[in-house]
Design a protein around this ligand. Sequence first.
Ligand code: ZN
Ligand code: ZN
Length: 286
Amino acid sequence: MSSPNVPLDEEIEANPTCIRVYWWIAHLLGVGCVIWVCRGLSQRSIIHIVFDVILTVLCAYLYHALSFGDPGFVPLPSPGMAEDGGASTKAHLREHKEDPMWCLKCGIERPIRSKHCKHCKRCVMRYDHHCGWLGRCVGQYNHRRFWFLLISETSLCVFTFGMCVVGIVGGVQSSAAWLASNLYPVAMLPFLLVNGFFALSLCVMHTGVIATNTTSWEWLRRSKIPWFQHVPPEVAAPWSLGLCRNLRIFFWGDPRRLRYEAPTADQMKGKRASCCDECVSSCVAG
Ligand SMILES: [Zn+2]
Ligand SMILES: [Zn+2]
């Protein structure tokens, strides 16, 4: 969802309402295409339509839950805490103006691995990226749900693409008649191909990120992240606990209870050069 050579912070966000309308039109066209292909309505066709509708409803639920949910916003200081009208907070901010761990916009000390998002106007824990399609950040609380959305969207594209290919009718005499009979599925094929490839690529990328307990932001902007300045370049994933534990924590752990600390020099001593080496070796070692 990021254009090459464009810094993440400088991306211009599209209007979220337009994106949501586009999302619904695209998915309703997909459902309509499957119904059109199965218009004979044999028992098998009805099963295909029901499966497609269930998958679409699942995507819609995940999409909207992500769009309006909490990605892991860092709590703001309570107004009641500042009995001096915020004077101490302002003085504190002046004092920490140069401290990269302080967010001057939120007025808080940022936890490690968090980042301020200018679109959401909040700091987000274990920041991954701001998703223009969702109009929301992907962070510590919603990264798992985002991965399931990518899997669901990829499956929906593959299924609809398969139905379109199977549903194309042959044996028609003229090309005009053939096109008239197959216009809907043929028109959908390039659209499904592009979107399916896009969703699958993101799915593969995020699976790699999850397997190494890194984030897209850490992966792409490592040289600009303050706490990576103390991490040796050969240490690819300082928070990785091995493939199995990374996956277990990501898929079964409670993201609201996860807290990260800067890795110590001792913890980084045994880390391998590449993410893959580190994951596999830690996993085998238990
Ligand atoms: Zn902030
Ligand atoms: Zn954001």
